[in-house]
Design a protein around this ligand. Structure first.
Ligand SMILES: [Mn+2]
Length: 382
């Protein structure tokens, strides 16, 4: 069978006020084209399709049109709700079902977490899906199921174990979950309170009776190696923020057979706008920006200047509309920010304290004492 695995579309997200719907539309077109030309058996979207639980009409149109096009072409799809989606798919679930789209909108006691179908090759396939388990839903679930005990991660792990038992030995079993898995490398654009250690599910607790675990939530695409079955985060489809400069965006295309062979390929999205963070001075920002005129991306400009003229930011942004943000730093601050821990370690405690006093002349003695202790702890100095 052929599986297309994507997640974290975040439709409706803007970047420094820049609306990214046109970019998103181009990305969904690329995904749709691939689903059609590769004749996939299932297009799986593992959560955070929308950025907001109350998406705009334009955002809804983009997402709903995508699934309409798949349905019209007889391409099967499944949606698993993420933490950003909130309850947005609860009312539309039955409507989606009129097409060829199965929605897993939320977890609930006695909920349905399975979807079975036959691939074009005639293989039996079963998808087991876990929408983002919010703390409130997990408590609700625990009230109905006495086996779910302990902290959040333990309860979700027990539930994952239950889901793994639903695997059908006669079928190709797939798992899809919107989850924070421990050890995954973040891109720092995930909602912070959902990536805390408290919410991290140990990768070894993911389903193991499956052949492919499709994850959503973490925005950096990656393979989770410590999991008991082949496991991937497909990552977000666009670069959500400048912290994702240089991270490749795309989705996975996997071929899976009954013998257990899994061949997964990462397909880069050409329409994902590149993001750049550039350093320049107030006099030569034009020279710094001109090579980026034709690159079709967005730029955050960091300008080092002793005093920023109040109009400089708006002026640059008007001249170069692809510059979304200008940050101004004084040369002294730029130098100060440039100090690394290794450099500090070489300078010795006395000069570290001197530098700190220069930065904060009125520092009380307790702060200096604490800084000294911290320095010793960090550098192992005697
Ligand atoms: Mn998420």
């Amino acid at each position: 069978m052929k599986l297309l695995h994507t997640a974290d579309w975040h439709i409706g997200r803007s970047l420094y006020g820049m609306n990214r719907e046109r970019e998103s539309e181009a990305l969904l077109d690329e995904i749709y084209d691939c689903a059609r030309s590769e004749r996939v058996d299932l297009a799986l979207v593992v959560g955070d399709l929308f950025d907001s639980p109350t998406p705009s009409n334009d955002s809804q149109r983009l997402v709903f049109d995508f699934f309409c096009r798949l349905s019209k072409n007889g391409i099967r799809a499944a949606i698993v709700a993420g933490n950003h989606d909130g309850q947005v798919f609860v009312p539309s679930k039955n409507l989606f079902g009129l097409g060829s789209v199965t929605v897993f909108d939320r977890i609930r006691p006695q909920g349905n977490y399975q979807f079975r179908f036959q691939s074009s090759e005639g293989e039996a396939v079963q998808l087991i899906a876990l929408p983002y388990p919010t703390e409130r839903m997990v408590i609700e679930l625990s009230a109905a199921d006495k086996d779910l005990k302990g902290e959040y991660a333990e309860r979700v792990s027990s539930f994952l174990h239950y889901l793994d038992q639903l695997a059908d030995p006669e079928a190709i079993n797939l798992f899809a979950g919107h989850l924070m898995v421990g050890g995954a490398r973040l891109s720092n654009t995930e909602r912070e309170n959902t990536t805390l250690e408290l919410y991290q599910i140990p990768p070894s607790n993911l389903p193991g009776n499956t052949l492919y675990n499709a994850l959503g939530h973490v925005h950096r695409h990656q393979k989770i190696v410590q999991a008991p079955a082949r496991t991937y985060y497909s990552g977000s489809i666009l670069r959500v923020d400048f912290s994702e400069c240089g991270i490749e965006k795309g989705f996975y295309l996997a071929e899976i057979n009954r013998r257990g062979d899994v061949e997964a390929r990462f397909i880069p999205l050409r329409g994902a706008k590149p993001l750049f963070t550039l350093d320049a001075t107030a006099d030569e920002y034009r020279e710094s920006l001109s090579p980026y005129l034709a690159r079709g991306g967005y730029v955050k400009l960091r300008i080092t200047t002793p005093g920023a003229p109040p109009q400089l930011g708006p002026q640059i942004r008007q001249e170069f509309p692809f510059v979304l943000a200008c940050e101004f730093t004084r040369p002294e601050t730029a130098r100060r920010q440039g100090v690394t821990l290794e450099e500090l370690a070489d300078t010795g405690l006395v000069s570290v304290l001197a530098r700190y006093r220069e930065f904060s002349p009125d520092a009380p003695p307790e702060v200096l004492k604490a800084l000294g202790e911290l320095y010793q702890e960090a550098t192992d100095a005697p």
